[in-house]
Design a binder for this molecule. Structure first.
Ligand code: IMP
Ligand code: MG
Length: 186
């Protein structure tokens, strides 16, 4: 563990300010894992982790769950720098034949427009999944462009660009232990 959490971090050309501390992240992750375990342990869900951003959150979340799920990793990308491109690039890891009748838990880092997960849920439902549940660390509720039912939410945050704990700004900042929000340009 890095011993210090700084209030301000500079990544590329921008400053970011601490928004959610490592301790708060840990506490919330443990609580989410407990809820998920109570709801889903019996149905042996296939856990789909959305890469890249969710890798750290997912690693912490699944190790706090009471069961040992099958895990797959989907690579989705809709962001370039600080902005959403509005287009979702999807590389899904599983065999379509594995989905019918299967309960699914998707683990995501952050939901903004919801377009990324909406596309993924539609595909899983079309393939005959028994149920699809969503767990996200962060949700920007004011940015949702589609109606999306999110079952497990870590924190609701304002419409600000954030990094850390897996989330990046042009591929940097992922190893910060807290969540940091971008500072306004001076
Ligand atoms: P959506 O499809 O608009 O919901 O976008 C979700 C994806 O965009 C997330 O999985 C992230 O990869 C990326 N994203 C959205 N907001 C942020 C942010 O504030 N920081 C870093 N990545 C973000
Ligand atoms: Mg993501």
């Amino acid at each position: 563990m890095k011993s210090t959490t700084r209030e301000i971090e500079r990544i590329h050309d921008r400053d970011f300010r601490l928004m959610i501390s490592p301790e708060e992240l840990h506490e919330r992750t443990v609580a989410m894992a407990k809820n998920i375990s109570e709801d889903l342990a019996e149905s042996d869900p296939l856990v789909l982790v959305v890469l890249n951003g969710a890798f750290i959150f997912a690693a912490d979340l699944v190790r706090e769950m009471s069961f040992d799920p099958e895990m797959q990793f989907a690579k989705l990308k809709s962001y370039d720098g600080l902005k959403s491109t509005g287009k979702v690039q999807m590389q899904l890891p599983y065999d379509d034949a594995d989905i019918p009748g299967r309960h699914i838990l998707i683990i995501e880092d952050i939901i903004e427009s919801g377009l990324t997960l909406n596309a993924m849920c539609a595909k899983l439902n079309n393939n005959g999944a028994a149920s699809v549940r969503l767990a996200t660390l962060l949700l920007k509720p004011n940015c949702l462009k589609v109606k999306l039912e999110v079952d497990y939410i870590g924190f609701e945050i304002p419409d600000e660009f954030v990094i850390g704990y897996g989330l990046d700004y042009n591929q940097r900042g992922r190893t910060l232990q807290g969540i940091y929000r971008i500072e306004d340009e001076a």
